[in-house]
Write a protein that binds this ligand. Sequence first.
Ligand SMILES: Nc1ncnc2c1ncn2[C@@H]1O[C@H](COP(=O)(O)OP(=O)(O)OP(=O)(O)O)[C@@H](O)[C@H]1O
Ligand SMILES: [Mg+2]
Length: 324
Amino acid sequence: MDCRFRVGVLGRSICFSDRELEVAAIEGMARGYHPFPVAIYGPEGCGKTTLTRYLVHRLGNEGYLAIYLDALTEVPGKALELSPPIPQHVVEDALRSLSVPLSGVIARYAARVAEALWRRVKMRRGVVVVVDDVYRAVGLGAAERYTKALYEWVSRSAPRHGVKNLLVLLTTSEGVSKRLLARHSYVELYMLWNLPEKGFEEFVEQLNPPHSPSDLYTATGGNPRILIEIARHGWDHERVRRMYRDRIRSAIRSLGIPREKLRELARDPDADPETAAKLEELGLMIELMRSSALGEAPNPDPDLGIGTEWAWQTPLFRTAVLEL
Ligand SMILES: Nc1ncnc2c1ncn2[C@@H]1O[C@H](COP(=O)(O)OP(=O)(O)OP(=O)(O)O)[C@@H](O)[C@H]1O
Ligand SMILES: [Mg+2]
């Protein structure tokens, strides 16, 4: 737990929890020459944004210029976070110097933004650029082109501008983009799973729950967003499950997935990869790609809805499906 980085949850400010393994892995990448953009995918709400914002804060204190771009925010001043902090007039001057329209998705110009900033700021160790939720913003049709262009940029630009190390991190919770990227050698793909039980306990205890952390772990599988949803509804996880059941019902009706197929996957997440892939597109299941886990891959556990190759993004979805 690192209380120097605080996260706003339900009107409280809590300490950043866990993720030591993931932080160590990415710090290792930042230290050496890392020519490939690193794409991180994981369940919705598992903590990708929080982890990357934490990394930016931390690396900014370790001699890097760390740039975080929220691809879904269209106002440049709000989409950009820098560590260490840089005077506002320097940032404005850097953005003005770009020959791009400064409305719309600033993430499209991530490379140019980074170059304009690093020309104005002294950094000892290198540059880290995070583009969060990028594929939803640039569009799936552009996912491969966008990532390839970043790869070309990393291999060309850093040496040319005398930047010692340049690491680009991209995040997505969107299943199709992950599948597109998995085919290519110009990007490294890593999976970030939900919080492990001990880390989840650290997180949840800061919210003074009326239930035991282990019961809440059984309900959420360590997904912090679902936990927050449960807390917001008076810690009534049955109610949240019913809400998801109704949402899932209307989503799967539109795809025409038979109920028996869902039940089969609720019993065994690996039973039907074709249907599991459709459910991945709805943000309900996810392909695990165990060898590419950024921290630890989750152990198979039928009660938590985790198989060998496929898993429910949170057990709450699995139990909701059983009630359909
Ligand atoms: N390590 C952590 N420590 C403390 N709080 C966390 C941590 N990880 C996530 N959270 C909390 O959980 C919430 C959901 O996490 P976050 O938004 O980072 O998930 P995400 O994976 O980026 O979601 P999405 O797939 O929608 O982009 C955050 O708003 C934050 O409050
Ligand atoms: Mg996010």
